[in-house]
Design a protein around this ligand. Sequence first.
Ligand code: ZN
Length: 490
Amino acid sequence: MQDLRDLLGRITDLNHAAALLEWDQETYMPEGAAESRARQVATLRSLAHELLTSKEASSKIQTAQPESDIDKDLIRVVARDIEKATRVPSSLIAELAQASGMSKGFWQKARSENRFDVFAPHLDKIVDLTIQHAEALGYEETAYDALLDQYEEGMTTAEVTSVFEDVKKGLVPIVQTIADAPPLSDAVVRGDFPLKNQWDFGLDVVKQMGYDLNHGRQDKSAHPFSTAFSITDVRITTRSDASFFNPGFFGTLHEAGHAMYEQGIDLKLEGSPLADGTSLGMHESQSRMWENLVGRSRPFWDHYFAEAKALFPAALGQADVDSFYRSINTVASSPIRVEADEVTYNLHIMLRFELEQDMIAGKLSVADLPDEWNHRMETWLGIRPENDAEGVLQDIHWSLGAIGYFPTYALGNLMSVQLFNAAISDIPQISEGLANGQFAPLLSWLRENVHQWGRRKTANQIMMDATGTGLSADPWMDYIRTKFGDLYSF
Ligand code: ZN
């Protein structure tokens, strides 16, 4: 068992060293170093992969005698990792890496020149290789199951479809109702927001939420993210806009939500592959909870508005908490996913989920993709993108070969409300705390029920144990109806 732990520790160290190089690449690395850095990261990642798929690892997994429940979980989880990693021929992995490496540049060019035809042949190739990848991974019902399972282990396409259908049924009429209602203004959050004060305010709030800067730090990057090099070093990055409050502040809360998840993992799991978020959906549930359920709530701003007003007198001097609250919660259909509000966001995801399935099933050709995209945007969100750059070309994911990833964003939104409701019903002081800037009751519930487990429990097990049922769309739909029904009087 100790031999196995040591080997897995070495693999984990290699992966974390690669993550540190990647963090540096996005924050401080001089641009000219991109090529050598890509090589260095690839070297570390492939060493980790070789160790994981080695005969040595397989034989240690088979012979190790577990000495604790953690050991048993470790053996189960890693055996599955090894099994998955060895199912796909390395030639196919290399082909996929090569195709996505090539395709990213063409996607960038296609988006900036608004020419889908520049990206189309590369996407064609990626879809083709992804189908082969799914076949190699194996599945029970549909090839898409294999792709989804990479990001949301144990979740099937049929389960996601059923939950998403409930959301779609409830949501499309709400989006229509809001579109017909008098619009709310977001003028309050658009004004003069000095970057230094945004930085200080965001960091101050996430510290109070429980993000531990003794084991973390914040830096700037073009695309905000969070990353962990161990349970004791979990970092976030942020990007702010001096004339718009929302991206910097709520982005900081979002990334800190991810980071608090990783900081909360049981220290007994340190250095092992169990010390990670259990799925992308569960990870996103944590970021969305702090960003939206806490950060965009009325009680939160009853407490923090005075501080915000003092820090941003030019923009907020004449505003009151009511107008500010409305301003951070305006709903407006936008063609762009990353700019979408809480109400419309999930529709952006469902559109991608359906189109991905059709492409993988061979029912939709890449050539027909832009029209199909625009058609669904119009049917569900009532808007048609003006061009492909703000339509089908807007996201990087497909160019990286990440098909099956999008649904986890919406799953995270749904999980966040279900978990939040369970937390509040277990510990009523959580609600009071939110109105007083006291987040410890919520964080300790999350530590206990979600964070500490790392990968020892699947997302579904966490949902069952913490909320008593599997994932359901109902809590999220109720939340949307209550909050936005109040804001938009429906
Ligand atoms: Zn996120």
